[in-house]
Design a protein around this ligand. Sequence first.
Ligand code: SPV
Ligand code: MG
Length: 302
Amino acid sequence: MSGGAALRAALSLGRPLRVAGVHDALSALVAQRCGFDAAWASGLGVAAVNGMPDANVLTMSEVCDATRVISQATPMPVISDCDTGFGEVRNLRRSVAEFERGGAAAVCIEDKLYPKRNSFRPGQELLDPYEFAMKVRVAKETQLDPDFMVFARVESLIAGVGMEDALLRAGLYAEAGADAIVIHSKAETATEVTEFSRHWQERSPQVPLVAIPTTYHRTTIEELTASGIAIVIYANQAIRASVRAMESALRGIVDAGTSSEIEDELVPVGALFELTGEDLIDRLDQRFLADTEDARARQPGE
Ligand code: SPV
Ligand code: MG
């Protein structure tokens, strides 16, 4: 089953999808182990692990390579954060083709100007909604697997241009073929997202809505679902947790001159072996040796 088909199958079960923002294969493996339904290959996260700002500084190929590595590491469907599509329609078309080939189940494109800035930074500029709807149409025309999904991300609430603009844009993007609408918000409560969702349920309930509760983190997935949200992306909690954990451990070593003070903050080395399938290597080596000996023993005259 393709990633797109797996994502659609999970959505069709009618329960909310819990999606973990990941930034590499290891974080995807941890997310899978924790029971998430899908992975969000986060633009912020992938930029951060490369020591770069989330500002279209990485190339499309670099982000696509990260998606490929993540998709190959986990059977979870991967939704790839493609920012604005790495340019206008000519770039977007190539991006969609590359990300689909790279194993993404879906791409998410947002209606900001290229080069974008992270949604929590000042200076947000939106693309004309009709031009962005055309980008959605081009993305849908480009995909090869009919189950591949295109998420259209509405940044009206982020840019402060209001609910009516958000609803107009979402309607145009859905008409252009978007398979899901991401309604992003930087408010401290979910009020504007749930209000958007209620309007949306009256207009186009067949196109699922996606929320990213970074700033309104007190709202539970049950509360979001009750307002009609189908997919909840915890976009950057894993990378933020990892920075804090690394810093605490490394600072502890510098402060104490030994790692023994922070040992109980660490997973055992064996946990890494388990996550990355070291036992498979042992079994492969044993089988290789045994099969080689068998083959040698079957040779006449030996
Ligand atoms: C990302 O994870 O890169 C996102 C989500 O786009 S956010 O950073 O919350 O805008
Ligand atoms: Mg992003």
